[in-house]
Ligand binder design. Structure first.
Ligand code: GDP
Ligand code: MG
Length: 297
């Protein structure tokens, strides 16, 4: 499972050292209903964790996610153990009142901080489970227009608590030019609304290959992704993960078609350690300080 990713070969020494012990990494997916969040989780884990559509009656869609639920996999690569968890959330639009769709999500993130703080305060701190959210993939509808008010509001509620990584959902519904324009538009909106998204650092003292990899990843944000749990056959006869159209096949794992490979590389390889560090040193620390002050400690 995901052994091809290469997280055991993290680019620099700092990574290798902290990684040797075995570690936990948790990603959360957030966004409107129907944008392909659950499908992308399946695509990330490279397996069908939800019932495939074929087993449902022909007219039925995959049931929409109604509660916050998480899926974990233990991955081992070159002796390095990683417990990867993805937290799926119900989409906005699944609520009667959409004004506060972000509320249960923020509460879930804070409950994870609470649990960590509680473990830190125990006498025996040997076996701390880190279930904090290290990365939050925020799904944006591929409208080609600006961010919706609900997205602005939700991102602003989340950005002080998680590493936000914006994602253009269902990128196969946009042309290449539309993707380029929409990315610029989203970044401009994000800057205008003072939303803080994860900044992928590029380290000068890395080798050239690592710097190139980091710069390329940074240049793809917001990632334009395509998810699929179906195998399809390309016109030249290859079996790939993708989506078939009368005009051709959009391949999930083809970097000329979408940014899925770059997104996965960012999460489980290039920036995993930075995402964990920023969560611990900045996001959790700020939350903890505020919490202790509010308790009068
Ligand atoms: P969620 O509500 O965000 O979890 O969305 P789902 O994963 O349940 O997907 C909703 C619908 O969108 C399903 O019919 C999927 O097959 C479809 N879908 C998922 N990902 C993509 C994608 O990348 N492109 C396109 N065109 N459709 C997608
Ligand atoms: Mg879902």
């Amino acid at each position: 499972l995901m052994g091809f990713v290469g997280f055991a070969n993290l680019p620099n020494q700092v990574h290798r050292k902290s990684v040797r012990k075995g570690f936990q990494f948790t990603t959360m997916v957030v966004g409107e209903s129907g944008l392909g969040k659950s499908t992308l989780i399946n695509t990330l884990f490279n397996t069908t964790l939800y019932p495939p559509k074929e087993t449902l009656p022909p007219s039925a869609e995959r049931p929409s996610t109604v509660a916050i639920e998480s899926i974990s996999a233990d991955i081992e690569e070159s002796g390095v153990r990683l417990r990867l968890t993805v937290v799926d959330t119900p989409g906005f639009g699944d609520f009667v009142n959409n004004d506060e769709s972000w509320k249960p999500i923020v509460e879930n993130i804070e409950a994870r901080f609470d649990s960590y703080l509680e473990q830190e305060n125990r006498v025996n701190r040997q076996k701390i489970m880190d279930n904090r959210i290290h990365a939050c993939l925020y799904f944006i509808q591929p409208t080609g227009h600006s961010l919706k008010p609900i997205d602005v509001e939700c991102m602003r509620q989340l950005h002080t608590k998680v590493n936000l990584i914006p994602i253009i959902a269902k990128a196969d519904t946009l042309t290449d030019e539309e993707v380029v324009e929409f990315k610029a538009r989203i970044l401009a909106d994000i800057a205008y609304h003072n939303i803080h998204i994860f900044q992928a650092p590029v380290y000068e003292n890395e080798d050239d290959e690592a710097i190139a990899e980091a710069e390329e990843i940074a240049s793809k944000i917001p990632f334009a992704v395509v998810g699929s749990d179906q195998e399809v056959t390309t016109p030249d006869g290859r079996k790939v993960r993708g989506r078939a159209y009368p005009w051709g096949v959009v391949e999930v794992d083809n970097e000329d078609h979408c940014d899925f490979v770059k997104l996965r590389q960012m999460l489980v390889r290039t920036y995993m350690e930075e995402l964990r560090e920023y969560t611990n040193d900045v996001l959790y620390e700020n939350w903890r300080t505020e919490k202790l002050i509010s308790m009068g400690v």
